[in-house]
Design a protein around this ligand. Structure first.
Ligand code: PEP
Ligand code: MN
Length: 622
């Protein structure tokens, strides 16, 4: 059952409560969920719910009806985020784990790790103890393999994941790896589950070859009951009558699990399909279905792999897949972040116990807030501000470390104010993030759609939800000032006849209900945010450069500059003109280039660009 604690519980009441629970032999877990402190207990029938309810400091007692308790949504409504070094599984960023089926040698593991890292993997996988169907097949390098994994982590910075097949390996696993995997064949090896339940490492729990979702969750419950809450559920295909694939990937497990459990979900399309060409389509589908992470087998020489070669992607195929994921992830509100590790490393190095901040415009739940969380994760605290000008000023004077500013929307075009501010301030663009703008109709929990008489929203939200408003005759549109939260105003009004247009995240933050989701006219509504800061930190790989330049006022001047880019084979992904501040009828050009224009090989191009333009400033390399 769940004991909901009184917000005003005293220290001594809590100590007394814990003493009673321990005396009763309960398994006890204290968590905060949706702002409240809860104690989950697995009671041994010593006391009834009402007896616990009458104890001091207990506000309410609820029973958990499902047979899985600690891992259930009933116990914890918020998603669990499993932290592995700087990587978080279960947040806004898709975590990609990649590597060979088995560690075969130092050079094989190291080569593949460097390749998969280059293409966006943030954790490395490789088996050292291989549970093979045949006793005559390669059984893994055992401790030698674990040492190689540790060396891979040392060299590449990638956390390492490996399978543990016996409790006897626990000590070695603690010593060498970051995540232990329980293989499909061991999902119901209860002694092994009890053992990893006592370990300090997060656990990837694979679904058994022929296990139901309920059996799988009960295995997760074993691990949680032992004290280890960092469990990642991994669907890797189940046995069916279908012989065309090695197993059948049960993607419907994703939405089913999302409802039943708070644990993050990892999809392994490699073991599910067993066939190289089938891996990427299923990986793409998994992300579209809401998976938090993927585990992909990749090998540099699959024809000679010691296990699972036929299902291993070539590194380049893996690279193609992660590029596709980059496009798909924002559709479901997530990101494939190619700078994940570098950024996390810089943040944790600079953090040193202090908190870092990123300013966005609007109130909590605004799209800038979501963009900040998507880009930085939880390591950087998002700070609401009133205007873009305030963000630039705060960054320039150093009262915040970062600014998150929208620069372009896929439907309404550029946000010119921010281009002008980029011109005005000496700040750098250090990164970018694209998020999908998905508007929801939000009202009080007990409100009904029929009862809504007025809708509050910003002017831009109204313009993006025109069809919805046209189909709601008799409902008054009430514009609110940009940067203020319509959701908060509706919440504070306590008026059931009012609704707001905002993000589902705002609804959640304000404890309101989404009455209808995705009410924007065009679903291809994306906003690209630039991340600005006083200076670059770290030296991450540069994919893009943003510049501003002006040309002389003579025929063909812009064409001359374009020729420089063309000659250097640089792809121009944006070109836009803006008036030069304070000089009417004179124009600057903003350009985004797919290149690091400060790289050595482009030095001659830069020299020529300098000659052909009157003003040239690099706004950012990222
Ligand atoms: C593996 O990950 O290499 C493996 C053996 O997986 P499974 O347990 O899903 O078969
Ligand atoms: Mn394998």
């Amino acid at each position: 059952m769940i004991l909901v604690l009184d917000d005003k519980i005293t220290k001594s009441q809590k100590e007394k409560l814990n003493a009673v629970l321990s005396e009763d032999g309960c398994i006890v877990r204290e968590i905060t969920d949706a702002g409240r402190t809860l104690i989950g207990i697995i009671a041994k029938n010593k006391k009834t719910a009402s007896e616990y309810k009458h104890m001091e400091g207990v506000a309410d007692v609820r029973s958990i009806k499902t047979s899985h308790k600690l891992v259930s949504r009933e116990f914890k409504s918020e998603d669990t985020m499993v932290k592995i070094g700087n990587v978080v599984i279960g947040g806004d960023r898709i975590v990609v784990i990649a590597g060979p089926c088995a560690v075969e040698s130092m050079s094989q593991a190291m080569t593949i790790a460097k390749e998969v890292k280059k293409y966006g993997a943030v954790l490395f996988r490789g088996g050292a103890y291989k549970p093979r169907s045949s006793p005559y097949s390669f059984q893994g390098m055992e401790e030698e393999g674990l040492k190689i994994l540790a060396a891979v982590r040392e060299e590449t910075g990638l956390g390492v994941v490996t399978e543990m097949t016996s409790p006897a390996q626990a000590e070695l696993m603690e010593k060498y790896v970051d995540v232990v995997q329980i293989g499909a064949r061991n999902m119901q090896n209860f002694e092994l589950l009890k053992c990893v339940g006592k370990m300090s490492k997060p656990v990837v729990l694979k679904r058994g070859l022929a296990s139901t979702i309920q059996e799988w969750l009960m295995s997760a419950e074993y691990i949680a009951a032992g004290g280890n809450n960092n469990v990642i559920l991994c669907e890797r295909g189940i046995r069916t009558f279908e012989p065309y694939t090695r197993n059948t990937l049960d993607l419907s497990a994703i939405p089913v699990l999302k409802q039943l459990t708070h644990l993050p979900i990892l999809i392994d399309p490699s073991h599910a399909t067993g066939i190289r060409e089938k891996v990427s389509p299923m990986a793409r589908a998994a992300v579209a279905a809401g998976a938090d992470a993927l585990m992909i087998e990749v090998h540099n020489d699959p024809d000679n792999a010691l296990s699972d070669g036929p299902q291993s992607l070539y590194p380049e195929q893996f690279g193609e897949l992660t590029r596709d994921l980059y496009v798909i992830a924002p559709v479901v509100g997530k990101q494939m972040d190619f700078d994940y590790l570098k950024k996390a490393e810089v943040i944790s190095r600079l953090n040193n116990g202090e908190t870092m901040t990123a300013a966005f415009v609007g109130e909590n739940g605004a799209y800038g807030h979501k963009a900040s969380l998507s880009y930085f994760g939880d390591d950087v605290t998002p700070i609401p501000m009133k205007s873009y000008g305030d963000i630039f000023a705060a960054c320039a004077e150093g009262s915040v470390e970062y600014g998150v500013i929208p620069v372009e929307n896929s439907l309404s075009g550029s946000i010119h104010e921010n281009f002008d501010l980029l011109q005005e301030y000496d700040l750098k663009i250090i990164g970018e993030v694209t998020i999908r703008i998905k508007h929801a109709l939000i009202a009080h929990r007990s409100a009904t759609k029929k009862g809504i008489k007025a809708i509050l929203a910003s002017p831009s939200a109204f313009s993006q939800c025109k069809n919805f408003m046209d189909q709601s005759p008799g409902v008054d549109p009430v514009p609110v000032k940009a940067g203020t939260s319509a959701v908060r105003q509706v919440k504070e009004s306590n008026d059931l006849s009012l609704a707001a247009i905002g993000s589902a995240m705002a609804a959640e933050l304000f404890g309101m209900e989404v009455i209808e989701d995705s009410i924007e006219d065009n679903p291809r509504n994306y906003t690209r945010f630039a991340i600005i800061a006083k200076e670059y930190k770290g030296n991450k790989k540069v994919n893009k450069t943003s510049i501003i330049f002006s040309t002389g006022n003579k025929p063909g001047a812009l064409f001359e500059v374009m020729k420089v880019f063309s000659k250097a084979q640089i792809n121009l992904v944006k070109l836009e003109s803006r008036p030069i501040l304070g000089k009417p009828w004179e124009y600057m050009f903003y350009a985004d280039l797919e290149a690091d224009i400060l790289s050595e090989s482009l030095a001659p191009m830069m020299a020529e660009l300098g000659e052909k333009s009157e003003i040239l400033r690099i706004l950012g390399r990222y």
